[in-house]
Design a protein around this ligand. Structure first.
Ligand code: PMP
Length: 427
């Protein structure tokens, strides 16, 4: 099972058998409020008829078409729909089946760009400590999670460096929105450039908000500085927006929220409301044009998946993005972000809590670890919340909250009330 202790799961399985709107139904018929949008992905809520209908119709018309040297109109329509949500200069879309594939594809596109641009020595990749970029070899190499890397440490990509992470409790605990301290952490990029020379560096990849390692909000000015340094040195900046894409911050992308245009974005999760597995890489027009106009052979990028632009995922993407627009779902997230912030920070002073951080409709509540048992306290909090009808996530001793964006005020308060009560119940 994925990221699961198989033996433990057998002993006490958590099984979900149905979902609608904001709620899961468990195998024993309990209703559980989805406080995490599945895995940060069901942004418009569960069981959406618009997607179901689009999938049925698509299956009846065209179940599959090869993507190599062929195409079908729905994939192009889906690509255009995605581009509409991207920053102005980012209009070229490559479909994958997951976020991990989107990341590895984005890294390959970065390398292909520099080759096409006459700078083949630019091959070094820079990620960040505590970065999560999926589980492909590219993703775990630029990622900064030791548990995901150590078993494979002899076979990771060479020539990868990591920026420092931005997690800091000493200066930034209980920040609301972007923390004030830490812009200088971006300057480590200058040191890496000084060490290796810009002519060897292809790209920097970061999540605008690091999600999976505990909701780390970028310090004020930090992403701007990364953009400025990368631009000055001809290095591509990749934003991994697999979590932040499609409304989590009340905007289409984090790039829009922060007012920073990267060169490449990776997308997945909310792209199809998680109804079918699909990811995408969105690239700047200049990158596309350089690769397409300057590659030597006929095929410009020797890369692709049997299911790239699959008719079902394309139909789901189109239906999902139309729903986001028609139902003003990002606007709902934006309108509720104040209530969400207030409810999250209402847990300040509760037992075990050492930090609360938030932006848009995502928050991290960090707990003090039990001596000698990191993660145990949050695991217990997670289980008790689940037993009391609220599904959250935990990483180490950090609880993450990222509900579907269709949530209402009452449901927001309910999530944090249950979490608050549970915090009083655990040692
Ligand atoms: N990048 C980021 C930022 C993610 O959060 C995730 C998934 N949590 C991925 C990549 C990988 O996506 P997937 O699990 O669809 O491969």
């Amino acid at each position: 099972m994925p990221f699961t202790a198989n033996k433990n799961f057998k002993a006490s399985p958590r099984l979900l058998k149905a979902a609608k709107g904001m709620y899961y139904t468990t195998i024993d018929d309990r209703q559980v409020l989805d406080g995490c949008a599945g895995l940060w992905c069901v942004n418009a809520g569960h069981g959406r008829d618009e997607i179901t209908q689009a999938l049925i119709e698509q299956l009846n018309v065209l179940d599959y078409a090869p993507g190599f040297q062929m195409g079908h109109p729905v994939a192009f329509e889906a690509a255009r729909a995605v581009a509409e949500f991207m920053p102005d200069t980012i209009n070229k879309i490559f479909f994958t089946n997951s976020g991990s594939e989107a990341v590895d594809t984005a890294l390959k596109i970065a390398l292909a760009y520099h080759r096409a641009n006459g700078e083949p020595t630019r091959s070094r990749l820079i990620g960040r400590e505590r970065g999560y970029h999926g589980v492909g070899f590219g993703g775990i190499s630029v990622g900064g999670i030791s548990s995901n890397r150590k078993t494979f440490s002899n076979t990771l990509l060479p020539q990868v460096d990591h920026l420092p992470h931005t997690h800091d409790l000493e200066h930034n605990a209980y920040s609301k929105g972007q923390p004030a301290w830490g812009v200088h952490l971006a300057d480590e990029l200058e040191n890496i450039i000084a060490l290796h020379d810009a002519s060897t560096i292809a790209a920097v990849i970061v999540e605008p908000i690091a999600g999976s390692t505990g909701v780390l909000i970028p310090p004020r000015g930090y992403l701007e500085r990364l953009r400025e340094i990368t631009q000055r040195h001809g290095i591509l900046l990749i934003f991994d927006e697999v979590i932040t894409g499609f409304g989590r911050l009340g905007t289409a992308t984090a790039s829009e929220y922060f007012g920073i245009t990267p060169d490449i974005l990776t997308l997945a999760k909310g792209l199809s409301n998680a109804a079918v597995p699909v990811g995408a890489v969105a690239v700047h027009d200049h990158i596309y044009n350089t690769i397409v106009n300057n590659a030597a052979g006929g095929i410009e990028l020797f890369h692709g998946y049997t299911y790239s632009g699959h008719p079902l995922s394309a139909a789901a993407v189109k239906a999902t993005l139309a729903m986001y627009k028609n139902e003003h779902i990002f606007e709902n997230a934006k309108a509720l972000s104040g209530v969400f912030e207030q409810a999250a920070h209402g847990l300040k002073g509760f037992p075990h809590v050492v930090d609360i951080r938030n932006l848009g409709l995502v928050a991290g509540i960090e707990l003090k670890s039990r001596a000698g048992a990191p993660g145990a306290r949050a695991a217990e909090v997670f289980q008790k919340c689940y037993d009391q009808g609220v599904l959250l996530r935990y990483t180490g001793d950090i609880i993450a909250i990222s509900p579907p964006l269709i949530i209402n005020q009452e449901q927001i308060r309910h999530i944090f009330n249950v979490l608050g009560n549970v915090l009083k119940q655990v040692d």
